[in-house]
Design a protein around this ligand. Structure first.
Ligand code: 6R9
Length: 646
């Protein structure tokens, strides 16, 4: 924690889209008169049939409902493309930068993106995709990923994008869960000079999920990959002869737009469902205000399209606003640690939006990697995915941004659709490490474990007491789980599962997850998912997984494993377990530590005491708290003694 405050500079105070007074006034109005506020904000979207009703929501179990603009109709693909053609058909929509700087970059104008999207939308239809069908997208960071998403939105199909780092097993489970019978993929992806065998992963996934009838494959690296007769076709072949126009489907505001899988406290990832109208308004509005977005800006969100950040802030928000987007296939450290800054200079990027883990990884390599670049085009910086530690914040601010650029530390979740808490450039003094102030329409509360609302400066669980347009509408295929997961902990409110502190100035500081979710490099991992993978091994009898602090990743995965009788845990087993987790989930879930344990600390009723396991993983064994309720308190000493030196 730091007490530093960076006041709004004179330059920003004079020129900001929203200044301090405007923020206060708009925020007040968004809370006091949401109907009027959102009726006005919704005008940023072109509606086919205008809505008459704005907000119809309740978080109470008896009449639980979330509807926004619900009698209006629109098409979000048309909002992202068609309406820009007249004024900016020739403006770049995407500057695509390849993994390897020696390969050729691509520029797609809004007209190009429109035509590609229409062709692909027609191809989807020709392959039998209809409104409401689920389409699985498993693509690398190439423009066709945006094209595929926008094409689905155009014809009313519901996309489910799976991060290209997920394993065949994880991919297969997600295809099955949403019952999708078409998969869009590429031969291979590229990241940091390595290739990812996407098509081979799809083949493996489909060996166990046979109902998929069509795979459309983009030739990206040109690798020689087997094609299954009757099931697989080339992207190029699919769009060949398809017209470059496709009438957008008229969608109801509450029609589903996409499903995105994310981890929670249970073993099975949830398909978070977002709908069309509210999400469009929310992503467009937050993209504009959080980043002080102006026409002419070159905007770069360095997230992957397979995460919510890519959905909301590479695709829907920026394209709805007609922005010029940089899209980067690669990683910050390839071919060297100046890659990000070279891209900033090359495209004269005005807004850079990235994750603390990337900043920490670059920061520790030293400032010399910044020195050959000027980054003079930068105006606004953004951070997302995890709490940003003040040291990384200061480096981002002073070194990357030359002390000129406000940092929007945006707190939000897959479930919230877009930014919920962030300082607005020019409106808020900055405090390093604080997500600062609520977005318009966001009503926050901090509660203690008993559910009591805390006032003033305090710390507790963060809840949101009223609906906002970008809110998720359900868990795909599991209506009951939605209410139980988010609205049952504190009656009548949405519980975020994040801990939060509010300071004397009303600034919010997110302290991290309060549930069994680990944040590895800004990616959510459920401890139960990793545990389920570990116990698949025939020599494992039990596993418990907790977070450990990690210098670059923020948190790492620490696993306690007990073996079956007669088997000793050794390095061979350790390697097999790591491989198993990578196979079941993907490389992002690689355990940092596997500690073989003679037993796990349990209460007499058999509950694993994770609090103790966390403390040992954190190497903070001075304050283990009360261990007297344990069935066998000696286990704790054995675990402490057996902790590997990491
Ligand atoms: C957008 C995204 C959500 C969880 C969330 C919180 C953490 C995200 C943060 C942050 C502190 C920020 N988180 N942004 N914590 N400051 N600016 O990351 O969505 O993948 O669903 O993760 O990430 O713990 O609950 P998602």
């Amino acid at each position: 924690m730091t007490n530093k405050v960076y006041p709004v500079s004179d330059k920003w105070a004079e020129n900001a889209l929203l200044d301090a007074g405007t923020y206060e006034e708009k925020y007040r109005r968004s809370i006091d008169d949401p109907d009027a506020f959102w009726r006005e904000e919704a005008q940023r979207i072109d509606w086919i049939k205008p809505f008459t009703e704005v907000k119809d929501t309740s978080f109470d179990q008896a009449d639980f409902r979330i509807n926004w603009f619900s009698d209006g109709t629109l098409n979000l693909s048309a909002n992202c493309l068609d309406r820009h053609l007249a004024a900016r058909g020739d403006q770049p929509a995407i500057y695509w930068e390849p993994d390897n700087p020696a390969d050729e970059a691509r520029t797609l104008t809004y007209r190009d993106l429109y035509e590609e999207t229409c062709r692909f939308a027609n191809a989807l239809k020709a392959n039998g995709v209809k409104k409401g069908d689920r389409v699985t997208i498993y693509l690398p960071m190439v423009p066709e990923a945006a094209v595929a998403m926008l094409a689905c939105a155009r014809i009313g199909a519901v996309h489910s994008v799976i991060f290209a780092g997920f394993s065949p097993e994880a991919l297969g489970n997600r295809i099955e869960d949403c019952d999708s019978d078409i998969v869009i993929t590429a031969d291979e992806g590229k990241r940091g000079g390595k290739t990812i065998p996407l098509k081979a992963n799809v083949d493996e996934a489909l060996d166990h999920h046979a109902h998929v009838s069509r795979v459309i494959m983009l030739r990206h690296t040109g690798a020689d990959v087997p094609m299954k007769q009757g099931r697989d076709i080339d992207w190029a072949e699919a769009v060949n002869n398809q017209p470059a126009e496709c009438e957008p489907e008229e969608m109801n505001a509450e029609d589903p737009l996409f499903i995105l899988y994310t981890s929670g406290s249970t073993g099975k990832p949830k398909g978070v469902l977002h709908t069309t109208g509210g999400y469009a308004v929310w992503t467009s509005m937050t993209h504009q205000y959080s980043f002080d977005y102006r026409a002419g800006d070159v905007y770069w969100c360095a997230a992957d399209i397979g995460w919510i950040t890519g959905h909301s802030y590479i695709v829907y928000g920026p394209f709805a606003n007609g922005a010029t987007n940089v899209m980067f296939e690669g990683v910050p450290n390839y071919p060297d640690f100046s890659r990000f800054w070279q891209i900033v200079d090359k495209y004269k990027v005005s807004t850079l939006y990235t994750a603390p883990t990337a900043l920490r990884a670059l920061m520790r390599e030293g400032d010399q990697w910044l020195e050959s670049t000027s980054r003079a085009s930068l105006r606004v910086l953004g951070s997302v995915g995890e709490p940003i530690n003040p040291e990384a914040w200061e480096w981002y601010y002073h070194k990357v941004g030359n002390g000129q650029c406000p940092i929007a530390d945006t707190w939000w979740q897959t479930e919230t659709g877009g930014h919920m808490i962030t300082p607005l450039p020019g409106a808020h003094a900055l405090k390093p490490g604080s997500a600062s102030k609520p977005m318009f329409g966001v009503k926050l509360q901090i509660r203690d474990a008993e559910g009591t609302v805390l006032e003033g400066a305090c710390e507790g669980g963060l809840v949101i007491t009223d609906s906002w347009p970008g809110q998720m509408r359900g868990i795909y295929g599991d209506a009951d789980r939605f209410f139980d997961t988010y609205f049952s902990a504190f009656k009548g409110t949405y519980f975020t599962s994040d801990g939060c502190r509010r300071d004397e100035d009303g600034y919010y500081w997110i302290t991290g997850r309060m549930d069994d979710v680990i944040n590895v490099s800004g990616h959510r991992m459920g401890t139960a998912e990793v545990e389920s993978a570990l116990v698949l091994h025939e020599h494992v009898s039990e596993a418990a997984v907790v977070a450990m602090p990690h210098e670059v990743k923020g948190q790492g995965i620490y696993c306690y494993v007990t073996t079956i009788a007669g088997v000793e845990g050794d390095d061979t087993l350790r390697k097999e377990l790591i491989k198993l987790v990578r196979h079941e989930i993907g490389p992002i879930a690689s355990p940092e530590v596997i500690q073989f344990a003679p037993a796990l600390p349990k209460t007499r009723s058999g509950k694993i005491m994770r609090r103790i396991l966390r403390k040992i993983a954190e190497n903070d064994t001075s304050s283990l708290g009360d261990t007297s309720t344990l069935a066998d308190p000696e286990v704790v000493d054995q675990l402490i003694a057996g902790r590997p030196d990491v």
